[in-house]
Design a protein around this ligand. Structure first.
Ligand SMILES: [Zn+2]
Length: 228
């Protein structure tokens, strides 16, 4: 769903939150992997001064990373489109459960199986939305949708992190979206060496000073071991 679709009105928002409510209730709790742990290890060792991530799952913080810019936001957060008030996804989940008792058990399978977009399920039509407790506005997951721009202060924070870096290390991204690639271009323009670790080609390859074609969990774990 794009940002414009989400903002198009209650039917789209109902579809989004009904699916999200079911998915969240059933989501197995994800755990950080070796790559997340290696990045946190590098920060503890003083080798890494900051991290700009395009992931929205919060697993870097769960692994122990501290200086993190969540470029595309966090799926465990909720923001009001009207007044900008932020709340936790867990709080919203409880509110949605209270507004829609038994929804997950009764309609969960049908909602999850529905193609995203045009299916107007009877079950979804009955889903009660929760609104901002501050202003009554529309609640949106605190993630950057397709068609939505990254908040300006967050972009500035990420640029500042790159400017303060001796080296820009790109790990596990093919840099297909401009929101990540612009930092590589910026570093290259300002003489900050760029190291890219990724399995397969990336859109930043011709700007890289060093290019490692490999899995970032393995490569970062090896570097973290050397820095420890
Ligand atoms: Zn609000």
């Amino acid at each position: 769903m794009t940002y414009q679709q989400f903002l198009s009105g209650v039917p789209a928002q109902r579809r989004y939150w009904a699916r999200s409510h079911v998915g969240w209730a059933r989501m197995a709790h994800a755990e950080p992997n070796a790559g997340h742990r290696a990045v946190a290890e590098l920060e503890r060792a003083g080798a890494l001064h900051g991290l700009v991530t395009q992931n929205v799952d919060g697993l870097h913080q769960a692994a122990g990373s501290r200086a993190v810019v969540d470029l595309h936001g966090r799926i465990d957060g909720v923001v009001c489109v009207g007044c900008g008030q932020r709340t936790s996804r867990a709080t919203l989940q409880a509110r949605l459960a209270a507004l829609n008792p038994g929804f997950v058990a009764a309609a969960g399978d049908a909602v999850e199986a529905a193609p995203d977009g045009d299916a107007e399920l009877a079950a979804v039509d009955g889903f009660e939305l929760a609104w901002c407790t501050g202003c009554g506005g529309v609640l949106k997951p605190d993630v950057v949708f397709f068609g939505e721009s990254v908040p300006r202060d967050r972009v500035a924070e990420a640029y500042a992190m790159v400017d303060a870096a001796g080296v820009l290390l790109v790990a596990g991204s093919s840099l297909t979206v401009m929101s990540g690639l612009r930092f590589v271009r910026h570093a290259h323009r300002h003489g900050i060496p760029v190291v890219i670790v990724n399995r397969g080609p990336t859109r930043g390859d011709d700007l890289a000073d060093v290019r490692v074609d490999g899995g970032c969990s393995e490569v970062l774990t090896t570097i973290a071991r050397a820095c420890a």
